[in-house]
Design a protein around this ligand. Structure first.
Ligand code: MN
Ligand code: MN
Length: 469
């Protein structure tokens, strides 16, 4: 006879009631694998087409146009049900849908960033030395410089020519395209390098792109550099001086791929922060006639501090809101005061290989859903938006009511380091804001890792947030 199921002890019952236990996506949503894997395909396509902010802006606008979004220009009239995108200089984009209820009840805003760490070309990058031509770079965002050597790199961006015409450049993405490369020293001769701290094992001025090796002829001085410039001139009509008005970024050439035999993880360049940008896009494009006015922001320049007119500190953000309010004869200040925002940015995924950097009870564990980070910053909570308990409570309820798997986290151990997001630049506009995002392993490396299940929960979270009462 089967043994009768034993009653739970009073202690066990109380434990279940009172003790918080973090659960995995597999425990909480055991039947979602098919949707999760399907969703990941779209995300991986987005990644391969969105390595820079310019690429991400163009690609996401194409997706939005297919769903009936029209271009918005400041001064235009808006009405309930309108779907718009505001293209900020091709490097940042705001998608918004005018809701059916009074906008003074507040907007639901999400903000992710679409720039990622990389190597930008300097204004005068080309030189030749000892049989090789190079392009000098200045790194963009927080990188571990040694990680950018000896990997395949592609070049993306624009060149504005002397006549004012701008041409797009993309080299290294097609299967038979040539690539770029940053040299490293062989281990046999690395005694000096091995003795250095990793932070200076590769210096900024060593991040030079190997770009050519064949001379134009054997008599002209600097003939390898000349040959490189000849090829660029034939392809793009540019001269060396045109580098001065170019924005060219060296990014990892690898495509997004499944990681692990079970294919549950995605390896790719630039998960930070496309892994939150893509769920914002799919969420806003999934809406038909939302009650609330929703806005999905894809910002530039987060990795360098959110400065500049395409970063989150730009007045474009408030200008658009003010403009919508003017068109609807509503009070912009009331709208902002009642608005809510998710600063959608990645969290540091707990890594058992570097356990010492984390405090396990307050870390984002992979496959335990999206991570809510009440505050970021460093030291004694400096330079952070510390979301109020009440606002976190509101978001927590929205997620729980809608089956979003989520967890809370800090970046890492206290005083181990620090970091920020766009949250503080939005909350200072008198908008309740909290950081929520997908945990990433090896954040800011040329190839980062996330869980497909966590990505899908980010999509669910943004949909729930946009449609919450
Ligand atoms: Mn980020
Ligand atoms: Mn980052």
């Amino acid at each position: 006879m089967p043994k009768k199921k034993e009653e739970k002890s009073a202690g066990e019952q109380l434990r279940e009631k009172l003790i918080y236990k973090k659960k995995t996506v597999f425990e909480k949503c055991p039947d979602e694998e098919k949707e999760v894997f399907e969703y990941a395909k779209g995300y991986m396509q987005f990644l391969d087409n969105s390595k820079t902010e310019r690429d991400a802006t163009a690609y996401s606008i194409e997706l939005a146009k297919k769903k009936g979004f029209a271009e918005y220009r400041l001064g235009m009239k808006v009405k309930a049900g309108d779907k718009f995108y505001y293209n900020n200089r091709g490097k940042s984009v705001y998608f918004f849908i005018i809701g059916s209820e009074n906008i003074e009840n507040g907007m639901a805003i999400t903000a992710a960033h679409i720039d990622s760490p990389r190597l930008d070309l300097k204004p005068n990058p080309a030189y030749e030395a000892n049989g090789m031509a190079f392009l000098k770079t200045h790194y963009y965002g927080g990188i571990k410089k040694y990680q950018w050597t000896a990997i395949p790199l592609a070049l993306h961006g624009t060149v504005t020519l002397a006549d004012g015409k701008t041409v797009d450049v993309k080299i290294g993405e097609a299967a038979d395209d040539p690539l770029f490369y940053v040299n490293d020293i062989l281990p046999h001769l690395a005694r000096d390098q091995f003795a250095k701290p990793t932070g200076s094992a590769i210096e900024g001025e060593q991040l030079n792109l190997l770009s050519g090796s064949m001379p134009f002829d054997t008599t002209t001085p600097e003939a390898i550099k000349l040959n490189l410039l000849r090829i660029l001139n034939e392809k793009y009509g540019m001269t060396e001086a045109d580098f001065q008005s170019a924005e060219l970024c060296a990014v990892p050439a690898e495509k997004a791929r499944d990681i692990g035999l079970d294919r549950g993880l995605i390896g790719a360049y630039g998960h930070d922060d496309k892994v939150c940008a893509y769920p914002e896009i799919t969420a806003v494009l999934s809406l038909d006639k939302p009650k609330k006015t929703v806005m999905s922001i894809l910002a530039d320049k987060e990795e360098t501090g959110s400065d500049g007119n395409t970063g989150m500190k730009t007045s474009a953000f408030c200008d658009i809101i003010a403009d919508i309010c003017a068109s609807m004869k509503k009070n912009e200040r009331i709208v902002r005061a009642n608005s809510v925002c998710l600063s959608a940015d990645v969290a540091a995924g707990y890594d058992p290989n570097f356990a010492g950097a984390f405090e396990i009870n307050n870390s984002a564990i992979i496959n335990c859903g999206i991570a809510l980070c009440k505050y970021t910053g460093g030291g004694g909570k400096s330079s952070t938006n510390d979301a109020s308990g009440e606002y976190v409570g509101k978001i927590r309820k929205i997620f729980d009511d809608n089956g979003v798997v989520w967890q809370t986290c800090e970046l890492g151990k206290v005083d181990q380091g620090g970091g920020g997001t766009v949250a503080k630049f939005i909350s200072e506009k008198n908008i309740d804001t909290v950081d929520v995002g997908v945990p990433v392993i090896s954040m800011h490396a040329p190839y980062e890792v996330v869980s497909k299940f966590d990505v899908y929960n980010m999509h669910k979270a943004v949909v729930a947030f946009y449609t919450a009462e």
